[in-house]
Design a protein around this ligand. Sequence first.
Ligand SMILES: Cc1cc2nc3c(=O)[nH]c(=O)nc-3n(C[C@H](O)[C@H](O)[C@H](O)COP(=O)(O)OP(=O)(O)OC[C@H]3O[C@@H](n4cnc5c(N)ncnc54)[C@H](O)[C@@H]3O)c2cc1C
Length: 394
Amino acid sequence: MLRKLNIAIVGCGPGGLATALFLKRLGHDITIYDQYAEPLPVGSGLLIQPSGQSVLEMLGLLDSIRALASPVHQLHGISVEQHRRALDISYSNSCDGTPALGIHRASLFSTLLEAVEKAGVLIVANSELVSVEESENRITPVFERTASDASFDLLIDASGARSPVAGGKVKRLDYGAFWATVDMPEDHDVMPDALDQRYYRASQMAGIMPIGLNPATGNPGAAIFWSERPENADRIVASGIERFRKNYCDLWPEAEPFVSQLGCMEDLNLAVYNHRTGWPSPTERLIHVGDSWHCTSPQLGQGANMALIDAAALSRAFETSGSLLEVGQKYRKARMRHVGLYQILSVIFTPLYQSDGAFKPWIRDMVIHHFAGLPIVRKIIARTVSGKLALSRR
Ligand SMILES: Cc1cc2nc3c(=O)[nH]c(=O)nc-3n(C[C@H](O)[C@H](O)[C@H](O)COP(=O)(O)OP(=O)(O)OC[C@H]3O[C@@H](n4cnc5c(N)ncnc54)[C@H](O)[C@@H]3O)c2cc1C
């Protein structure tokens, strides 16, 4: 068992907050740093897969999260050109049939933050990490504009896709998406309890998913998104909200009660997607969790889940190790297979749903039409999106 350590965590996302909770419970001194004046979540909704839910249950937070979320039983999509299903995954085909949870980021964030504050973890805002300095037995974070000579036994980098201290190349993906949060209309013809999408080939994608509570209004909410190339964003914004609503409803007329709630383009945020595979623990005193190690497009809905699983795996490595070197080795061993597999799956699947041209979406539609109905295929796919494929229990 390790002695009590003084640990800095950089980043107040799901990875950083969950890691802080786990390690605080093991008795370590934790300080979290974040670049923002006030830590806040950016964006709209996300799916917490059954794999991520297991981690929240370990932290005693799953019931609180469920109360703020909506169960999502199915991932469904239709190619409007082919009039065929291009996505058809039911969580009832996974091992125990647990659905995903659709939730607003702010709800996940505030639940984790509240637990971290209650545990007595110190959070230092206005601290933008730019580099680290390592000596033989200490590591010192260097912040932009903030002088601090605080040094630590270990620094855990949870600063996300744009981490300044993570290795590996970050590749910006060709497509991102506009996202918004709206209220769930009382009357609509979009599939309930599902993440539902419409595609024209793979160059247009519109999606809607229930997210439980809409924090802005206190009503049941939905996240809506529209796939777009980032270089087109300024033009789309300049074209105005009416044009946006028209394009969306031309692809998916039933979405009208959702998109009609958008009053102006400022109601939408552009999310840019990245892909990176770095190294989980490059040195004894620096460990990466979440997107700072492995970010992918959100196509498989795994990023936040992977960050939560990293946190649980790191905690387990702490519990069973006698040195930081051993922690790094065990953490790496526990996570490499799972992370590697989902990174590969993301590279394969993302272009089938977000890319130019007609060939890849045609392959997608044919494969799904002919094979996705087979019971064994349904099972494997459901287990994949549940996040449990190749998941180590160590
Ligand atoms: C549009 C979209 C939809 C998504 N949908 C899903 C989904 O359905 N399911 C899912 O599991 N995942 C989804 N993801 C992915 C998921 O959001 C990320 O994988 C997840 O948030 C990563 O968590 P993290 O803690 O590693 O990093 P982040 O959540 O990115 O948090 C990083 C934190 O570090 C802080 N920070 C950044 N740089 C610095 C710095 N230099 N110094 C100090 N602080 C810094 C930031 O302010 C932030 O608080 C989606 C992502 C996007 C963009």
